[in-house]
Design a protein around this ligand. Structure first.
Ligand code: SF4
Length: 76
């Protein structure tokens, strides 16, 4: 099973700007990786808030508690 969010995810659907090589790395490391998609920062934030972060990258796992708080407060 791949990440259940692939259908609406901007990274998976190449909506995050012109960086297809990086997107492909993320897809392999997270989106299509049964053992790792739950470690994706975007997945974690969406699970915690119900909101898809507009710019967070899958490997931006630093300070996720603060990111989640900002999203919940409507600051993102
Ligand atoms: S693993 Fe992360 S980047 Fe990939 S589809 Fe899921 S939420 Fe999006």
């Amino acid at each position: 099973m791949s990440c259940p969010m692939v259908g609406g995810c901007a990274v998976f659907n190449d909506k995050m700007g012109a960086m297809p090589s990086m997107a492909n790395i993320f897809k392999k490391k997270f989106c299509n990786n049964d053992d790792n998609f739950e470690n994706c920062a975007r997945y974690i934030v969406k699970q915690a808030t119900g909101v898809a972060h507009p710019s967070l990258m899958p490997n931006q796992n630093e300070n996720l508690d603060a990111v989640i708080a900002d999203v919940k407060a409507g600051k993102v």
